[in-house]
Design a protein around this ligand. Structure first.
Ligand code: ZN
Length: 333
């Protein structure tokens, strides 16, 4: 068993989460010994040159085995990023967009690491796919190397990092998306760069039987579902609530909750431009809802298709990030 380096994130995550962090407290400038402890899970390990095999995949760095048998990959932070960034953003996209993504992913992982565990991160908790060397792509790796040690900062602290596929032409504020405290750099504003996304405009039919099953789960007291109305548009044009009208009563649920229960694939975003009841075939009481909307994902922070579009018209990673995180700057960890 090899245990090589100190845990980089375990030491600073508490600082990252507790507020302003003075740049000089971390030896970020050119420090290449930043090790991240990544939980892989149960399985057997076979050392190979430059790393090891686990679950049929080759991983860089070294490993530890926890007392319960789970394997932890101790890997250079940039090597981890080189593996996950290609699944966060298509590697064939422009270098400036990939660099913006690498900087965002670095900050996203930092903020979500947990110093109170024997590992820093669990890839699935970050909704990241980590398959070691197999996932790497040269273009993403060079974006990670070009931005090594760089994160987004606001004032003396780290900026909160959020990103989603396509904002549909209007980004969302963190306060409106999640009812969280308003952050001056995560605000709603027009985005002219993401029109090439295949889901910039979409249409969805949510069928009555599916919506009835959703209503049965989240608001069983309403009786038989008779209609659904998405209501209360926020500043970005996203709906805030879903009104479930039933035979016994009406319930109003948060639109974010409704989207999760309906399925994010069926309802790509909450930026709804049109909604109409599906015409009934006769016997069915409520046929469902036809919705037309824009974008994919929550729309807060970096719009990934927008980063691509901005890069294609000459925007640098810095310009892209300043546009989507207003008033932030790029600094070292
Ligand atoms: Zn956008």
């Amino acid at each position: 068993m090899k245990v090589a380096r100190r845990s980089f994130l375990g030491g600073i995550a508490a600082l990252a989460l507790s507020g302003p962090l003075a740049a000089q407290t971390i030896g970020g400038g050119g420090d290449r010994s930043q090790a991240l402890r990544v939980l892989l899970g149960q399985g057997s390990v076979e050392p190979v040159a430059g790393g090891f095999l686990f679950g049929g995949e080759r991983y860089r760095g070294s490993y530890e085995i926890l007392p319960d048998g789970r394997v932890v990959n101790v890997v250079d932070f940039d090597d981890y990023l080189a593996s996950v960034v290609p699944s966060e953003m298509t590697p064939s996209w422009p270098p400036a967009a990939l660099e913006a993504q690498a900087i965002c992913s670095r900050g996203f992982i930092l903020a979500r690491s947990d110093p109170n565990r024997p590992y820093d991160v669990v890839p699935s908790e970050l909704a990241q796919v980590y398959r070691g060397v197999a996932s790497e792509h040269p273009a993403s790796s060079s974006a990670v190397r070009a931005t090594s040690g760089l994160v987004l900062r606001y004032g003396r602290g780290f900026a909160q990092i959020e990103y989603s596929s396509c904002c549909g032409g209007y980004s969302e504020s963190s306060a409106d998306a999640w009812g969280a405290a308003a952050l001056p750099y995560l605000v709603a504003h027009p985005c002219p760069y993401c029109t090439a996304s295949p889901l910039y405009r979409w249409k969805a039919d949510l069928h009555g039987a599916h919506l009835a099953a959703v209503a049965e789960r989240i608001a069983p007291q309403i009786g038989m579902l008779q209609n659904v109305r998405l209501r209360e548009f926020d500043r970005s044009g996203r709906v805030r609530s879903a009104e479930l009208i039933g035979s016994a009563s009406t319930a109003r649920v948060a639109a974010t909750r409704f989207r999760i229960d309906v399925g994010a694939r069926l309802l790509p975003s909450l930026l709804v431009r049109r909604q109409q009841e599906l015409s009934s075939s006769g016997t069915q009481a409520f046929a469902g809802l036809h919705i037309e909307g824009r974008g994919l994902g929550h729309g807060v922070g970096l719009c990934q298709w927008g980063a691509r579009g901005y890069a294609l018209v000459g925007g640098s990673a810095q310009e892209i990030l300043s546009f989507y995180f207003v008033g932030t700057s790029i600094g070292r960890i």
